[in-house]
Design a protein around this ligand. Structure first.
Ligand SMILES: C[S@@+](CC[C@H](N)C(=O)[O-])C[C@H]1O[C@@H](n2cnc3c(N)ncnc32)[C@H](O)[C@@H]1O
Length: 276
C-alpha cells in the first residue's frame, strides 16, 4: 500500500489522525479480541510488574495499559487521538491517559522503566523518530517492546483483502503515501531499526494469534469500518470494483470456516530491546 511513493509524513499523520478520531468504538468491536492476544507476551518482554513505571504508547482504547495495571505496574497510556483517549478513560477510569504524539512524547527523559507499543508503529509517518522517543523516555536498563502484524502471507486477514484489491481493484489508488505497512513484519528490519535508535540486545519473536469472526462477511466489514489505511484503500475503489473485492474476500474467508466461526491466522511480530 503506497510503498513506493515518497512519504509525506505530515499528510500521512493527518490522514491517520482523522481516521482514528472516527473509529474508537468500531475498532474495539472489530479488533479488541485480536490485538489483546499479544498483550501477555508484550508485557512479559518488558518485564512489566509491580514497581515498574510503564508507558503504553499508541494506547488506543487502553487494553495494554489496563493489563499492565493488573500486574501492578504504574501505568500511563498515551495516544494522539483525543477520541481514543476518551474511550480509554471511559473503559478504565482509574488509569492515567494522556493525549500525545508517539513521535514527540510529552514526557521527560528517563521517566519510565518500560515502554510498549501494541500495533502502533505501522501507523506512524516517522517510525524512527518514535523509536528514538521511546528510548529517550526510558531509564538506562529500561525495556521497550512493540508488536506489528506479520506479513500478509501469514496474517491472512490482511492477505485476503489486499489480494482481492490487487485482483479486482486499484492497488495504487491515491492515498497519502506512508511508510510500507509491513516494513516491521521483517524481524531483521525490527532489529536493525531498534539498534539504529540506540537500543541494545534486540529480540524478535512471532506470536501466533487467531481472529475469530462470526461470518464470512465480517472480515470485509471490519477492514472497511475499523481500520484507517486499509479502509482508505477500499474507499478509493470504484463501486463495481468494491463489489468484486467484497465477494472475493467473502469467498476466501469461507476457506477458514471452523464449526460456525471463521478462524483466521493473524500472527504478530514482537520486537523488544533494552536502553543501554
Ligand atoms: C491499531 S491501534 C492500536 C491500539 C492499541 N494499542 C491496541 O493494542 O489495540 C493504533 C493506535 O495508534 C494511535 N496512533 C497512531 N499514530 C499515532 C501517533 N503518531 N502518536 C500516538 N498515537 C498514534 C491511534 O490513534 C490508535 O489508537
Amino acid at each position: 500500500m503506497t510503498a513506493s511513493q515518497p512519504v509525506d509524513s505530515d499528510a500521512f499523520r493527518a490522514f491517520e489522525h482523522a481516521g482514528w478520531q472516527n473509529i474508537p468504538k468500531q475498532y474495539h468491536d472489530s479488533f479488541a479480541t485480536l490485538t489483546t492476544q499479544a498483550i501477555g507476551p508484550l508485557l512479559d518482554a518488558v518485564e512489566a510488574q509491580s514497581g515498574v513505571r510503564l508507558l503504553d504508547i499508541a494506547t488506543g482504547p487502553g487494553y495494554v495499559a489496563a493489563a499492565a495495571a493488573e500486574r501492578e505496574a504504574s501505568v500511563v497510556g498515551v495516544d494522539f487521538s483525543s477520541a481514543m483517549i476518551a474511550e480509554a478513560r471511559r473503559r478504565y477510569p482509574a488509569l492515567e491517559f494522556r493525549e500525545g504524539d508517539a513521535e514527540g512524547l510529552p514526557f521527560a527523559d528517563s521517566a519510565f522503566h518500560a515502554a510498549v507499543m501494541n500495533f502502533g508503529l505501522l501507523h506512524l509517518g516517522r517510525p524512527e523518530r518514535a523509536l528514538m522517543e521511546a528510548r529517550r523516555v526510558l531509564r538506562s536498563g529500561g525495556k521497550f517492546g512493540f508488536t506489528v502484524w506479520s506479513k500478509p502471507e501469514e496474517a491472512v486477514g490482511f492477505g485476503i483483502v489486499l489480494r482481492a484489491v490487487q485482483n479486482y481493484g486499484d492497488f495504487n489508488a491515491p492515498l497519502p503515501p506512508g511508510p510500507p505497512f509491513f516494513r516491521f513484519s521483517d524481524p531483521e528490519e525490527c532489529a536493525r531499526a531498534l539498534l539504529a535508535a540506540g537500543f541494545a540486545s534486540p529480540e524478535v519473536v512471532r506470536i501466533p494469534q487467531v481472529w475469530r469472526l462470526r461470518s464470512v462477511d465480517v472480515l470485509f466489514e471490519n477492514m472497511q469500518e475499523s481500520t484507517v489505511r486499509t479502509a482508505g484503500l477500499l474507499r478509493a475503489q470504484r463501486p463495481e470494483a468494491l463489489d468484486a473485492i467484497r465477494k472475493a474476500v467473502r469467498d476466501a474467508a469461507g476457506a477458514y470456516l471452523k464449526g460456525d466461526m471463521i478462524e483466521l491466522p493473524m500472527p504478530a511480530v514482537l520486537a523488544s530491546a533494552t536502553k543501554p
